[in-house]
Every structure is written in structure tokens, then in C-alpha cells.
Design a protein around this ligand. Structure first.
Ligand code: C2E
Ligand code: CA
Ligand code: CA
Length: 549
């Protein structure tokens, strides 16, 4: 009997239905049950077939939910009910409780005896009352809160660069950071406060009857704390604050105002905490307006986008040998969006991929035009890390360069962001394919990311661009730290046969200092700002003429 019931093909097909649905079927005469493989794995069960599973499964159920479960299941087994349906928390293989909705029914034989008990459990991921990782209340719980009566304040805390923390140190390390912060927030929170974990790296402290200034005071030392947690590298957080009813009287409005405040705090670099204000609201409106216009431009065949070019000079000869392509964008209505502003919007929406292909093609087109006319001028263009994730980028670059007959040795890709260890493997693989064909790879903004050195270790680079922040402020007899940093970077690069470019050369004085250190190439306003293609070309013409004199 058991064999027939438990080996049913129907079971097999249901068992593979979905990752968060768990199937079981029990032969009630022998009390042997079969559980789908994902159940065995996720809940760490002893095997696919279990005798007397009832008691064993009970051990997985949260002690607070056992009575409810028992009542329901006993009604089924005693024949009082032929349907089992309840929600409870069960412990998974990570020792976390997750909410399940468990539904089952009994099939009886002709004589009325119960034969089979079968059913499925659905994991209610977004309906958990408690977050399995931090055991804080969830977003789902917060949505149930009634903000329309009474008054209070809400704090939203987000970890800065959490994606990078995760990427650089791994998922489990990221979890430790989340747990440490959640424990601290819970420790800070007052008796009447509620602490929630939203998705990802965001936490809420909701203070009924509290005020923004009280919450601000409560959290004031959070960053000191985050810098000194035993066993963890230092990290930092930003925060947004709202109060109700002033800033909203429903969950959605308050959350969206909180998110905008947090975004503002993260971007401002001055002050890590921001109270919602009219200014923040306006800023968000501007971002939405820019984003809509950007999408429109992309649809209109990249209307409004243009590449500017900034000369790069060889230190030894002071001649322009290269240039960097820099993206510009404006529309009749929007004339003042900076590259930092619109590129961030494109990166956030993922549209940077499409725009990135356009940039690549434009850069290659100009390189093709200039390579013969002006004695092998190289052209570099910027690539955000997310542009490389789809794996097609490299092949498209190779194909396009062949199509336009550009010498790959004249093309340099500047990687603007760091990335995680798994992806460095992928990057190093993709880059070496390019390098074999002669393309050059540069690491941009060296020194601004704490993962810069790691990337240098894993990916072979041809060029390293020393970030402006070390260069722009240089004065003779001034701060020795920046000079020491540049000297060390240049020495290291020399040993690794990597060439160096100093960005942000704004004055003669900086030029002399940089030259003294032995940086290979110079870029900065001292020579020229980024200019449209025809102006850059004019510089090349002038240079050619002065050489032939
Ligand atoms: P970046 O790659 O570090 O580019 C250098 C930035 O420094 C440019 O800003 C340039 O105009 C500016 N700059 C150059 N010399 C000097 C100087 O002497 N002093 C000062 N103060 N600034 C100087 P820009 O054009 O505003 O670009 C900003 C950033 O936007 C770029 O920084 C790059 O990260 C990003 N970007 C620009 N074009 C693209 C693109 O096509 N794709 C991607 N993914 N990012 C891009
Ligand atoms: Ca760059
Ligand atoms: Ca740079």
C-alpha cells in the first residue's frame, strides 16, 4: 500500500513545482511519509522517507506555534476534520524560523478509514512576522501599523555601500554586519519603540509618541559603534527621519519620504542623517524628472547625448597622445545635469548598459577617424562595473572594433568601480581576452575604493589612474601625505609594469610635483577641460602643425 501511495508520479511532478513549496504525503496505516527533496534539504530532515514524522516535524515548529498546530492536526488524525490548514513558523537548516502556510487533506477508503494524508507547505517569505536573520519585525508587520491616529517619529537606517561590503567579504560576513546592527538598534530602542528590518540593509525604529529630535539623539553614536564592533571591519550608516502626521499619515507616504531622506543623507557626504523636508522632496522630483527625460532620450536614438574628449599628455614629451571620452547629456528643458548626477540615475535603473554601448561605439568611431590622421591617438572610455555583468560587452567591443577597423592598441577601457571576488574572476577572464588582442585596461579613480588593491591583485591592469583627490590639492611644501601616496603608487606600478595617469592636474605647480614623482601621463584642466570632438580635433591639428614647424 505504502509503495503505491508514496511512489505516485503525481508526487514527483508536484514535488518539483516550486522552490518555496514543500510537499508531503503520508500513508496513515503505516505512518510512513515521504517528503519532497527540497523539504528534506531546506529543513534538514533525516531522509525523504520518515516513519512517525509527526513528532519529528513538531521539533521544527516554533514552541509558541505548537499548540495551534497540534490542535489542527489532531482534528485531522482523529477524523473530526478532513482538512488541515494553519500558519506557523518552522525552523530551517540555518536554525531560522520561517513562516509556512500548511494545507493538507485526508483521503479515506471505501470503508471510511483514513488512508492518505497529503499536502503542501508554502513558505510565506514576505509575510513573515519576524525576519529570519535578525529576528526583528518585518516590513509586512510595519504595513499593518496604523499611522492615521496619534503622532510619532520614524527613523530609517541604511548601511552605506552594503552591496560592496557583501561583495568584498561574502554573504555570510554581510549577514554578521546586519545582525550586529540589528542588535545595537534593538538595544537603543526605548520600551515603546518598535524595531523592524525592511528588505536588505534597511532598519526602522518606530517611536509612537516620540519626536524626531529624540530619535536623532538616540542614534547619535551609531557610527562610532559601527566602527568598533569586535570581529567586524568598520562600516557606517546613514539615516532618514520623518514624523507623523506632519510628513504623512499612511505607510506608503511615510516610507517613500523616509527613503528619499535616506537617499539624500547618503549622497550629501555632509551629515549622515537627514530629516524629511521640502528640499528633499524637490530633489526627488528632479531625479524623477531627469530619469524620465533620460529614458526619452534613449528611446529617441540617444538624442541629447554627446561625447566630450579631454586630452591626456605624455609626461616626458608634453604631447597629447591620448584622450578620455566623457559623456554629456542635455535636452532643451534640462541643461544643467552633471555627469555624476545622470550617470548615477542610469546606473540605478540599469539603462547605463544601453547608453554604455552607445558610448563605446562613439568612442570607437572617433578613434577610427583619428588613428591615421593624427598619428595613433588613443581613446579611452569609461565603463561601470554593472555594464560588464552581462558578459556580452567584451564580444561587442571586439566585433565593433573589427567592423570599424580600429587598432585595439589605441582603445582603453576605464573601469570605474570595484567589484566582488567572484566577479573579479569573471572580469580577469574577460579582460585578458581583450588584452590578448591589444586593448588596454585602466583602473579608474585609484585609491577611492577600499577594494582597489584587491582588484589590482586579481586583474592584470595596463594603466592605473590616480584619483584627483590626491592630485588637485598638491602644493610644494604642503601636505606630505598625498605626495607619499602618489610616490608609493608610482613605485608599485613601476614594479608591476603598469603605467600611471594623474588626473586633476590643475596648476603648473602640480604638474612639476607630479613630473618629479615620475607619473607617466598627465590629465587636467591645466591642459584642457573635456571639449566637443571638433575642438579636440583642433588641438590635435595645432599640435601637428607645431611639430612640423
Ligand atoms: P572620471 O572618469 O574620473 O572622469 C574625470 C572627471 O574629472 C571628469 O568629470 C573631468 O571633467 C574631471 N576633470 C578632469 N580634469 C580635471 C581637473 O583638472 N580638475 C577637476 N576638478 N576636474 C577634472 P566629468 O566629465 O564630470 O565626469 C564625471 C564622472 O562621470 C567620470 O569621472 C566618470 O566616472 C563618469 N563618466 C563620465 N562619462 C562616462 C561614461 O561614458 N560612462 C560611465 N560609466 N561613466 C562616465
Ligand atoms: Ca575615467
Ligand atoms: Ca577618474
Amino acid at each position: 500500500m505504502a509503495k503505491n501511495i508514496l511512489e505516485n508520479e503525481l508526487f514527483e511532478s508536484f514535488a518539483n513545482a516550486s522552490d518555496n513549496i514543500y510537499i508531503y504525503v503520508c500513508d496513515m496505516e503505516s505512518d510512513i511519509s515521504r517528503w519532497s527533496k527540497n523539504t528534506v534539504d531546506y529543513f534538514n530532515l533525516e531522509s525523504e522517507y520518515i516513519e512517525g514524522a509527526g513528532a519529528k516535524w513538531m521539533e521544527h515548529i516554533h514552541p509558541d506555534d505548537r499548540a495551534l498546530y497540534l490542535k489542527d492536526i489532531e482534528a485531522v488524525f482523529s477524523g473530526k476534520s478532513n482538512r488541515h490548514s494553519c500558519q506557523y513558523r518552522a525552523k530551517n537548516k540555518y536554525n531560522d524560523y520561517v513562516w509556512l502556510e500548511c494545507k493538507g487533506s485526508v483521503i479515506s477508503g471505501e470503508d471510511g478509514r483514513p488512508l492518505v494524508f497529503a499536502g503542501l507547505m508554502t513558505r510565506l517569505d514576505n509575510q513573515n512576522k519576524y525576519d529570519p536573520l535578525t529576528h526583528l519585525l518585518t516590513n509586512y508587520e510595519m504595513q499593518k501599523y496604523d499611522f492615521s491616529t496619534g503622532s510619532g517619529a520614524i527613523l530609517l537606517v541604511g548601511i552605506n555601500s552594503f552591496r560592496k561590503i557583501n561583495n568584498t567579504n561574502g554573504f555570510l560576513y554581510g549577514n554578521k554586519v546586519l545582525i550586529a546592527l540589528s542588535e545595537y538598534l534593538e538595544h537603543l530602542a526605548g520600551k515603546n519603540d518598535r524595531v523592524y528590518r525592511l528588505q536588505g540593509d534597511e532598519f526602522i525604529i518606530l517611536s509612537p509618541d516620540g519626536s524626531k529630535s529624540e530619535l536623532r539623539k538616540l542614534i547619535e553614536n551609531v557610527n562610532d559603534y559601527c566602527m568598533n564592533i569586535r570581529g567586524l571591519k568598520s562600516f557606517s550608516v546613514s539615516a532618514g527621519l520623518v514624523s507623523y502626521p506632519e510628513d504623512g499619515t499612511d505607510f506608503n507616504t511615510l516610507m517613500s519620504n523616509l527613503e528619499h531622506s535616506l537617499e539624500y543623507a547618503k549622497d550629501q557626504k555632509q551629515g549622515w542623517i537627514a530629516e524629511f523636508s521640502e528640499k528633499i522632496s524637490q530633489r526627488h522630483l528632479r531625479a524623477s524628472r531627469l530619469h524620465d527625460a533620460l529614458t526619452q532620450s534613449i528611446h529617441n536614438h540617444f538624442e541629447g547625448f554627446e561625447l566630450y574628449f579631454q586630452p591626456i599628455l605624455e609626461t616626458k614629451t608634453q604631447k597629447i597622445t591620448e584622450c578620455e571620452s566623457l559623456l554629456r547629456w542635455k535636452t532643451p528643458e534640462i541643461q544643467d545635469a552633471t555627469p555624476y548626477e545622470f550617470i548615477k540615475l542610469l546606473e540605478n535603473s540599469g539603462e547605463i548598459r544601453e547608453v554604455g554601448y552607445w558610448v563605446m561605439e562613439e568612442a570607437l568611431r572617433h578613434a577610427a577617424m583619428w588613428q591615421k590622421k593624427y598619428n595613433n591617438i588613443s581613446v579611452s572610455f569609461n565603463v561601470s562595473y554593472i555594464q560588464l555583468l552581462d558578459g556580452e560587452f567584451i564580444d561587442k567591443l571586439i566585433t565593433k572594433a573589427r567592423e570599424l577597423q580600429v587598432d585595439p592598441r589605441l582603445i582603453m577601457v576605464e573601469l570605474t568601480e570595484s567589484c566582488n571576488a567572484d566577479d573579479t574572476k569573471m572580469l580577469s577572464c574577460q579582460f585578458s581576452k581583450l588584452q590578448k588582442l591589444g586593448f588596454k585596461i585602466a583602473m579608474d579613480d585609484f585609491g577611492t575604493e577600499y577594494a582597489s588593491f584587491g582588484l589590482l591583485h586579481d586583474v592584470s591592469m595596463d594603466v592605473l589612474k590616480i584619483d584627483q583627490k590626491f592630485v588637485r590639492g598638491l602644493v610644494r611644501d604642503g601636505n606630505k601625505t598625498d605626495i607619499a601616496i602618489i610616490e608609493n603608487v608610482v613605485n608599485m606600478c613601476r614594479q608591476l609594469s603598469i603605467q600611471t595617469i594623474a588626473e586633476g592636474v590643475e596648476t603648473e605647480e602640480i604638474q612639476e610635483i607630479i613630473r618629479g614623482i615620475g607619473v607617466s601621463y598627465l590629465q587636467g584642466y591645466l591642459y584642457s577641460k573635456p571639449v566637443p570632438a571638433h575642438e579636440f580635433e583642433q588641438m590635435l591639428i595645432n599640435q601637428q602643425e607645431s611639430q612640423s614647424v
